[in-house]
Design a protein around this ligand. Structure first.
Ligand SMILES: NC(=O)c1ccc[n+]([C@@H]2O[C@H](COP(=O)([O-])OP(=O)(O)OC[C@H]3O[C@@H](n4cnc5c(N)ncnc54)[C@H](OP(=O)(O)O)[C@@H]3O)[C@@H](O)[C@H]2O)c1
Length: 417
């Protein structure tokens, strides 16, 4: 194949040939607003590599909610934030925090991957020279930690993405490019929540309550709990989602719409309202017992809705158990009746993405075929703005949306080069 200065979308350059330019879905400050207008296809220069980085030709890119926020320019203008920190002076943002692809170039210090490797990319980045990282501490606690393709530039919505080499993990051979690009961000996040907070890691026969069970995080949580021998009990907002969760391994699901005690709990001094709230919690807890088949409370509650659900999560969590939370989708004011927290010695634990060890452990479950990547639908590169618009308007399909970038068509597991 001839060597060009730019290739078309769906065209794979000869292995290791890096053109000078590429197509990317670009967000600029002057276009901030609804995703359908914020993204535009532009030609941009392929970025230079630092010594610890790899350049990956993107075959397929997974869609996540974070780049809805990038498109809106709110709550953070990610372009201005990087310029202020002097970490990247580019006046545009190329998002995308999930990908499958092929390594096309590596920096001089890179040892874990080589040109031609088929990889998936996890989205955790940090500065390898930071003292805490050098000392072997969890890089998730380091101030340099950033999500690739949201907080950093040069994400997967382009023909080439620039990543730190440790982000590259082996691609599961049995998955297509688009399936492989689907699960890593949500899966590794769920893995840290469920397996990263000892002694509250999933043990055989543990009951685990999973909010938003048919969503991105929830669908991965069900499968991780199942793989570890636990009993996943899901919560959904519609009975039509139950079948999807059961097929992934849920023991059963509670429909949260059958209850109405959600939101911040009433003040304990308002006895009537408080008693009504407790009755709602008890009824919800009984629905969990009915699914489990005995009076056993969840040892772990997998939280992300936040304000609407945290008071109930703390209430139903078992004595000595843990509520672990990675988001506040419905709001950030989590009010807790402290009596349940201290008397029953429960733990309320924050969690955010994952380190290398946890990302690789999740990827191993994918490689072993224990995780269905839950690909909902495959889109064209040009449809990346529309996929984010669907998330923004809450009309995205169940499971993950993925866009093809370099892959010439859906259904391919590899490509001859
Ligand atoms: N910190 C991190 O590292 C990290 C990583 C990934 C995601 N996140 C965040 O986690 C959140 C969820 O992500 P996702 O990918 O799982 O999103 P998602 O696929 O949209 O799923 C969210 C689920 O939440 C449920 N939900 C909506 N409103 C609710 C309410 N009022 N009460 C209870 N449940 C409600 C919905 O299920 P039902 O309507 O069926 O109940 C929905 O399926 C987002 O805010 C995302 O940004 C954080």
């Amino acid at each position: 194949m001839s060597r060009k200065q730019i290739y078309e979308i769906g065209e794979v350059p000869p292995i290791g040939h890096v053109p000078s330019q590429m197509y990317a879905q670009v967000i600029r400050a002057e276009r901030f607003g609804e995703p359908k207008r914020a993204f535009k296809v532009e030609k941009v220069d392929v970025p230079e590599l630092r010594p610890d980085e790899a350049l990956v030709h993107v075959m397929a890119a997974g869609i996540n909610f974070n780049n809805v926020w990038a498109a809106l320019g709110s709550p953070v203008n990610v372009i201005a934030a990087r310029q202020k920190a002097k970490s990247d002076m580019a006046d545009f943002h190329i998002g995308g925090s999930d990908a499958s692809g092929i390594v096309y170039a590596v920096g001089r210090d890179v040892k874990n991957v080589k040109v031609g490797d088929r990889v998936v990319i996890h989205c955790g980045t940090w500065d390898r020279d930071c003292p805490a990282v050098r000392a072997g501490e969890d890089p998730m606690y380091d101030p340099s930690f950033k999500i690739w393709g949201y907080e950093t530039n040069w994400g997967s919505f382009a023909q080439f993405t620039r990543v730190q080499a440790h982000q590259c993990m082996p691609k599961a051979k049995h998955l297509t490019w688009e399936e492989a690009a689907a699960p890593t961000l949500v899966g590794a996040t769920a893995y840290r929540m469920l397996m990263g907070w000892a002694p509250h890691t999933v043990r055989p026969n543990d009951v685990v309550l999973i909010w938003g069970a048919s969503g991105g995080l929830g669908s991965m949580a069900i499968q991780i709990v199942k793989a570890e021998g636990g009993i996943p009990v899901g919560v959904v907002g519609d009975d039509r989602k139950i079948d999807f969760c059961m097929k992934l391994g849920a023991k059963g699901c509670v429909n949260r719409k059958k209850f109405n005690h959600w939101g911040m709990m009433p003040h304990w001094k308002d006895t009537e309202a408080y008693n009504k709230w407790v009755a709602g919690c008890r009824a919800f807890g009984k629905a969990i017992w009915d699914i489990v088949g005995e009076r056993r409370n969840p040892r772990i509650v997998f939280e992300h809705p936040g304000e609407d659900t945290v008071p109930t999560s703390i209430f139903v969590c078992d004595t000595g158990g843990m509520v672990v939370i990675c988001a506040g989708t419905t709001g950030y004011n989590a009010v807790v009746d402290l009596r349940y927290l201290w008397m029953r010695q429960k733990r309320f634990q924050g969690s955010h993405f994952a380190n290398d060890e946890q990302s690789y452990a999740f990827n191993q479950l994918v490689i072993e075929g224990k995780i269905d990547p839950c690909l909902a639908k495959t889109y064209r590169f040009e449809e990346i703005p529309e996929t984010h618009q669907a998330l923004y308007e809450n009309r995205a399909p169940e499971g993950k949306m993925v866009a093809l970038v370099g892959a010439p068509k859906p259904g391919l597991k590899d490509i001859d080069l």
